[in-house]
Ligand binder design. Structure first.
Ligand code: SF4
Length: 277
């Protein structure tokens, strides 16, 4: 039965570790980009959705990929918009988050509030490595000495394992968020994980996201009201100074501003050039 928001309960799965259809990608995750997702095909698909509401891309993704399409959430404003849209299209869509064990208490509380408010439960993806085990093996507070290694073990590796069985994933990245995201497209081939990546909000401005949350009276992380614009693990997240990049509060003081899960590098470079739109 729909709940008071008109949404239906989503299917749960725990893990440790619209338009015309197009051919599905090769199921065996080849090293090369499958023919169905060639540069030319992706340009056409991006053009089809560039002036449409994000729900059109989500609907298309569900039609094409079915159960093998998953939404990633860090419980940030973007992913709350996406889970709200997705829930209206398919009640049993899969939404997952990477639990590093180092998220803010406010983030865990928001997860539970969203689950209760929207009738959702989320797939928890975990490295299998506790903070204590990591400390014993690599020394305490690895994030202060080698955040790349810490992110790799706690985020990137579990994500890679989880996505290995999927055909497409959805993220909430937007071009406006940082200089590392200005070339993101609505539909991409994820070279690292070898699957299709949908970024339905890639063209949205920050204000559009917040307008959506307010319009639908959706909950959000209270840390945003304290100038935390982008929220990840508590040891690596700080408030943002006025006028700075939205993600400048992540790993503040270091060159790093991506954990690695949204860096998409085409080893051939041919496709990056071809896919600029
Ligand atoms: S964001 Fe910080 S604490 Fe979290 S996995 Fe990366 S380095 Fe570790």
């Amino acid at each position: 039965m729909p709940n008071k928001d008109g949404l239906l309960k989503l299917r749960t799965k725990d893990v440790i570790s619209g338009d015309s259809p197009v051919p599905t990608p090769h199921p065996t995750k080849p090293d090369m980009v499958p023919r169905a997702w060639s540069a030319e095909n992706l340009v056409q698909i991006n053009k089809r959705f560039e002036n449409k509401h994000p729900r059109n891309l989500l609907r298309w993704g569900l039609d094409v990929f079915g159960d093998d399409l998953v939404l990633a959430t860090s419980f940030g404003p973007q992913s709350i918009v996406l889970m709200h849209l997705l829930a209206q299209l398919r009640q049993d869509a899969t939404i997952f988050y990477i639990d590093t064990d180092l998220l803010f208490p406010e983030t865990y509380a928001l997860r539970d509030e969203l689950a209760s408010r929207l009738g959702m439960q989320f797939t928890r993806v975990h490295s299998g490595l506790s903070v204590e085990q990591q400390g014993a093996e690599y020394g305490p507070k690895l994030w202060t000495r080698n955040p790349d290694q810490c992110c790799f073990m706690r985020k990137v590796k579990p994500l890679n394992s989880y996505l290995a069985t999927k055909q497409a994933w959805i993220t909430g990245i937007r071009r406006q968020q940082s200089s590392t995201r200005v070339n993101a497209r609505m539909v991409e081939w994820d070279y690292r994980n070898k699957l299709v990546k949908l970024n339905p909000l890639v063209l949205w401005k920050r204000e559009e996201v917040w307008d959506y949350l307010r319009h639908h009276d959706l909950p959000y992380n209270p840390l945003h009201d304290k100038n935390y614009l982008s929220i990840g693990c508590s040891p690596c997240t700080s408030p943002v100074l006025n006028g700075a990049d939205e993600r400048s509060g992540r790993w503040a003081g270091l060159e790093k501003n991506e954990c690695g899960i949204n860096i998409n590098v085409d080893p051939t470079s041919v496709h990056i050039k071809d896919l600029q739109i």
